[in-house]
Design a protein around this ligand. Structure first.
Ligand SMILES: Cc1cc2nc3c(=O)[nH]c(=O)nc-3n(C[C@H](O)[C@H](O)[C@H](O)COP(=O)(O)OP(=O)(O)OC[C@H]3O[C@@H](n4cnc5c(N)ncnc54)[C@H](O)[C@@H]3O)c2cc1C
Length: 417
């Protein structure tokens, strides 16, 4: 019996009956590894397909991992990073890349070390997992929503739509509560509570940030490149550089999503946008003076076109009280100072986060203090395992969240003793 890299696995008792609930990233991967180690694995999925959430990851391309050292995954994990040390050391990003490449899915590394299938199709990741699960003998049962799990004298009874299943160990891989149409409706939290676990409060993470300002239609197609978003509340202050996008009623794109995961437990947050983080105030003043000199007879609006994308000028002008029809010849020093202030610290009025449904990931979940970080086994009820997003672990975008799903799945599959 051998696990990754030909290492001897720690299996003491192969041929156990395992029921895994949820055929997402973690459940599929767990089932393949456990089955190859000699266990009889039944995978119960409420949908009529496996990996529905996986199909929409990475905008349909699936950013399966990040080509980085294990410690970078830890650094990019926002909640409970230390819980992952052991799981990542057993199966980290390099192992993910090697596993998919050697199991029928070639991968490529892009900007920011993000790893995608070479085909740019998330379906290739899902097909690879499904084919390998079938070839390893995993019994996949579809349309089998699990309603309850109970501890029996010699194992567990799992009650699902199609009837009762009995097993030695049960693995909860039901995901979080975001994008519930994919099947991840938060059932795992209910099962965990049945076994006495605490569920840390759930928050949306990697989700759009609502603002009170009215987003104009033309801004919906805009990507603001290389801007800086700052959030403040009391002693908390964080600035994130990068690209930003707009949705009706909210800001999105990489920096807003990342910021949402940092402010999701805070209250009244102050948001400021720096449109020109590469220019300090002095350089920006000189740039504006140069533009004024060049543009005889023109108005403030035409100067703004040299400083900001066209699609955002009306929005900027309205919320910064900039009169765009003012002739540049009448543009005073105090107007200029106000413009600089607004270009560097444009206020956006925080209106909370979008709901958990719209978060890429759920923050909060099964309290990791109650789970063995080496094996993913419940410390409260032996034989129950938690893997993937159901755990109270969440990370930034970049492939880290799927890596966490795979690493925790591998840890459980190789420790079913
Ligand atoms: C739009 C979007 C894009 C994303 N892009 C990326 C990305 O590119 N890279 C990245 O690293 N992460 C990404 N993520 C996050 C990533 O998808 C999750 O971290 C990952 O899918 C979690 O895997 P999981 O196995 O824990 O749960 P899931 O993939 O959510 O799977 C859970 C499964 O359990 C099933 N289930 C639930 N309850 C029951 C029940 N009672 N009975 C039976 N079955 C049940 C569900 O139907 C589902 O199939 C993205 C998320 C979203 C929403």
């Amino acid at each position: 019996m051998r696990a990754k890299g030909g290492k001897k696995s720690s299996i003491l008792n192969p041929d156990m009956k395992i029921v895994c609930i949820g055929a997402g990233a973690s459940g599929l991967f767990f089932s393949i590894i456990a089955s190859r180690l000699g266990h009889e694995v039944t995978l119960l999925e409420s949908n009529d397909k496996v990996g529905r959430k996986l199909m929409i990851t990475g905008k349909g391309r699936c950013n399966i991992t990040n080509n980085c050292p294990n410690n970078e995954v830890i650094e990019k994990t926002i909640t409970n990073p230390k819980f992952l040390y052991s799981a990542l050391s057993s199966f980290g990003p390099k192992d993910t890349i090697e596993w998919f490449s050697s199991h029928g899915c070639e991968l490529k590394t892009e900007r920011g070390n993000r790893v995608f299938p070479i085909s740019d199709k998330a379906s290739d990741i899902v097909d690879t997992l499904l084919t390998n699960a079938k070839n390893s003998g995993v019994k996949i049962l579809y349309k089998q929503k699990v309603y309850a799990i109970s501890k029996e004298e010699n194992g567990f009874k799992v009650v699902s739509r199609g009837g009762d299943s009995y097993c030695d160990k049960v693995v909860i891989a039901t995901g979080g509560k975001s994008y519930p149409l994919t099947g991840s409706t938060g059932d795992g939290y209910f099962f965990a509570k049945q076994f006495g676990h605490t569920i840390t409060p759930l928050f949306p993470a990697l989700c759009p940030i609502k603002i009170k300002e009215e987003v104009r239609k033309q801004m919906l197609s805009l990507t603001l490149k290389n801007v800086a978003l700052t959030a403040k509340e009391g002693k908390f202050r964080k600035t994130i550089f990068g690209d930003m996008e707009f949705l009706p009623g909210s800001i999105s794109g990489p920096i807003s999503l990342s910021m949402s995961s940092l402010i999701n437990k805070l209250g009244k947050v102050e948001l400021r946008l720096d449109f020109k983080p590469a220019l300090d105030e002095e350089k920006l003043k000189n740039r504006i003076l140069r533009e004024i000199e060049k543009r005889h007879g023109e108005d403030v609006g035409s100067m703004l076109e040299s400083l900001l994308p066209y699609e955002i000028i009306d929005f900027f002008a309205e919320y910064s009280n900039t009169l765009i029809r003012t002739k540049l010849s009448e543009f005073t020093k105090s107007d200029r100072n106000r413009l600089i202030e607004n270009l560097k610290r444009f206020p956006l009025t925080y209106n909370g986060l979008e709901s958990i449904d719209k978060g890429i990931i759920t923050s909060g979940g099964v309290n990791v203090r109650e789970v063995d970080s080496k094996t993913m086994e419940s410390k409260l009820t032996r034989g129950v395992y938690f893997i993937g997003e159901v755990l109270d672990v969440d990370a930034f975008t970049g492939g880290y969240n799927l890596q966490i799903a795979l690493s925790t799945a591998y840890a459980a599959a190789t420790h079913l003793e």
